[in-house]
Design a protein around this ligand. Sequence first.
Ligand code: WTA
Length: 704
Amino acid sequence: MTENQETTEVSEAQIAVHWREEEYIQPPASFVAQANAADPAILERFAEDKFPECFHEYADLLTWDERWHTTLDTSNPPFWKWFVGGKLNASYNCVDRHAQANPDKTAIIFVAELESEEPDHISYGELLRRVNEFAAVLRDFCGLKAGDRVTLHLPMVSELAVTMLACARLGVIHSQVFGGFSGHACGTRIADSGSHVLITMDGYYRAGSLLDHKEKADQALEQAARQGQEVDKVLVWRRHPGQYASAIPMAAGRDFFVDDLLADYRGVTVEPVSMDATAPLFLMYTSGTTGRPKGCQHSTGGYLAYVAGTSKYYQDIHPDDVYWCMADIGWITGHSYIVYGPLALGTTTVIYEGVPNYPDGGRPWKIAEQLGVRIFHTSPTSIRMLRKVGPEEPKKYTYHFRHMTTVGEPIEPEVWRWYHSEVGKGEAVIVDTWWQTENGGFLGSTLPALQPMKPGSCGPGVLGVYPVIYDEDGNEVPKGSGRAGNICIRNPWPGIFQTIWGDPERFVATYYTKYNKDPNSTDWRDWPYFANDGATQAADGYFRILGRVDDVINVAGHRLGTKELESAALTVPEIAEAAAVPVIDDIRGRIVEMYVSLKPGAASEGVEAKVSLAIETEIGKIARPKNVWVVPDMPKTRSGKIMRRVIASVSNFADVGDVTTLANPEVVEGIKHRVQSTKVAKGELPRQLSEAEYEEIAKFGAES
Ligand code: WTA
């Protein structure tokens, strides 16, 4: 069965969702008075009849070596090409031009987790020096050139931004793997991208301890080698130059300390390589329906224009702002809205190393006060967590946010209100930005000075992006109907990814085949982008995103594929079958529970711990299941498919629905009794689920 057919089955139901519509909240006049997009004429400039030329306004925020001749080339759909003929360099745009105009201005403030370490203010001039010197290492010591791929496995440190920008300077395609991912996960991504160089760090601080990170590099290389990819150089930044924080020995001739290498490149400058707008800038791996992660390939010109434009109008970044996005650069949010967008606009961006609640739940507000942060950007999971551990903390600090963002998951209106009144002190606008790794930048959001906020809804499509909700048959679900369907984007936009690295067929099948009207058409109108999210649209045009319609579980804003989780569990020799399901969680949105059955004769002793460890090893700690349930048999259809919706319902104390068509309906009661009584005994009773949450669980994984 193809991935696409599976997806179709999964999102079958046409569900009625009866949301209580929330009230509008208007932006404060003080915000409107200074906003970058305060004149409604901007909505006209981006109206559909101005597409695609409307996006010149974004591209004109950049400095081009050569201007494009074709704004949007649709000749090979759905592989859209933006700003064809244009040439530019991303590192020049994010560093050089600001360093020339304003060398002493702070580009990056690195805030270490330990408060004893002073924040490091890196000026644009200094950033330029660091980027040049490291680019020289990459070019002259590693022999890297435009088009080569390099895997980065770095924590939240300024060296990560320097590394990305140094790659961009050379046209080398960076592929940063989230630092919290395991060595195995990193190794798979090294192999998929064909990287010969890995760039990592010895250790970093998290929740108060210095973690050994270099150990993951050795595991990554072994895993990559098993998949046929040899890595010849490992560059190791040291968290404290001169001091090695890892217990793992450096491999002679393969592993090199970056601070040692840099000694030979002091003051060396590297000319930024003028790249085609359509040349890839980076890969960002994400999860999908099948087990294999997808390397989303982002372009240089379209991507950079899109993140610059959306940073200006939706993040309302002005050059003199101190802007803090508390995401991880290892995810797309960090690439677009910590590094590339803010730096393209020449603002000051904060990089914070650690967890938000170290040493206590007031840390973010303390940092905001110390640094004078005016724009703050985070996820619902962090907001829920900070609200839980320190509801009164924001009051203790005298920061003033003008603008706040939420991203990555649906946010409950109640949590939104705490963010607005307590964190924002009622003074800040909020944008709820909906988008995906594949998209480069925002797809759905209010334009903060021009469109009022509505808690729980992301808002309409952003400038130049025209979303639509389709049912399974491709009929438009009208706004205000209260019905949910699959949210799609009718048109291409400059931030859209170019392809899945090495797998163009999967790119077409996953995102375009479902709603394509004519495979031979070169008219973009025939190629809606299928986002794999469910949504409803209110009468006012605002969208409410309900969550994934494919087999992806969004844990604290991190996408985890059920197939990835299941194949990790299957590495435990005792396991015959495994199924991953989501459980609604008050802090992390969703958490994972695993159901496993054993091979005949296998001992059940310690299997739960082995499964957890296997998932941690294959993917990373973020994926660790809340519970592992060993069951005698999985509930299955007559054709032998595991009914994930049945076990998902059991785990969430929801109605298991009709089980009479199962091949083995008798197993359900036993599983339910054991799982639910154990959860009750552990105090893991869920709260009352909303209607939409019940729907999600009842549909989860459909049949397969
Ligand atoms: C979900 C993160 C509701 C959605 C930028 C999407 C959201 C997935 C929102 C992408 C939001 C993202 N409201 N849900 N504002 N933003 N999502 O690729 O299900 O890590 O498909 O990109 O997160 O996650 P990804």
